[in-house]
Ligand binder design. Sequence first.
Ligand SMILES: *Cc1c(COP(=O)(O)O)cnc(C)c1O
Length: 361
Amino acid sequence: MGGGEQKYVQEAFDTNWVAPLGPNVDNFEKSINQFLGGSSHVAALSSGTAAIHLALELLGVTRDDEVICQSFTFSASANPIMYLGATPILVDSEKDTWNISPKLLEGAIEDRIAKGKKPKAIVAVHLYGMPYKVREIAQISEKYGIPVVEDSAEALGSRFENQKCGTFGAIGILSFNGNKIITTSGGGALIAKDEATKNRAVFLATQARDDAPHYQHSSVGYNYRMSNILAGIGRGQMEVLQDRVDQRRFNYSFYKKHLGHLPQIEFLEEQDGYYSNRWLTCVLMPSFAIREKIRLALLEENVESRPLWKPMHLQPVFAEFPNYSDGTSEDLFNRGLCLPSGSNLSEKDLGRIVALILTKI
Ligand SMILES: *Cc1c(COP(=O)(O)O)cnc(C)c1O
């Protein structure tokens, strides 16, 4: 926590705004919008997963539709496709950003159309805070008339050519889960391009109650709104967001400076015009065996590191669905390691981790 959170939570108690609406929710949404550049319409929700679910529903995804999803991601990018009874079509990554490959994406769209169904939406992800190929994906989205749900759960604070991540897709989403760059303990947001879409999201997120004195419903609703208590934490967190990004970027620079000269360790670089929040610092080792040797050596010293996300097309739960892969994300999964990346790591901590890796590599 950064300092201001308790003040806003106290305000909620003092004014008895203990509900999934109130001044903290309004102000949290305002401050997210301001941070993103001021022209979005933000709905604070109970989670990033809920935001993806609503985004897909708002884009008209229903039963038996096909939805393309970046395969190299956390399962929450793909699960909401299943909630809607739609079919996930999993697409592999390219090597520059580790995100959805424009080439494989276009191939997948052409193939799905040839097989009889145009995909209804594309879920693209800025994994580990690194923006996906924003321009190329937008071009494909436009060419085929398929909207992008921009999963920016890991990329609050990242940008491409001075435009903030979260504002590129037809609908963007953020997460404030406990492990993200800032947190409300649990929470998320949907970022819409217009007021009507935001209002529809809030309507669906608050049980889809029609305008009537009694409880009247003509749509299926959800209980997905953010609590005014948690939004108080969010307001305080927004005040330290750039500090958190600076801390995460410092972690990356430290690792790069002290390990970057090793031929066995490969870092994920920013492309031209890219600015990553460096949510996690991830590296590639020459082989699975060396990656495991390093991971286990760190673990022995009580230092937790983790393999990269296991691609969705390799997950038992999604194995039966079509995938368009060229082995890229499987290779990343086999050789990649997320190094300790907390915002509270000291230089001494980082130095100790680096020293451990240097003695074992
Ligand atoms: C965390 C995360 C989500 C889900 O957010 P929650 O708030 O945890 O529901 C979605 N996509 C990605 C890539 C994530 O890392």
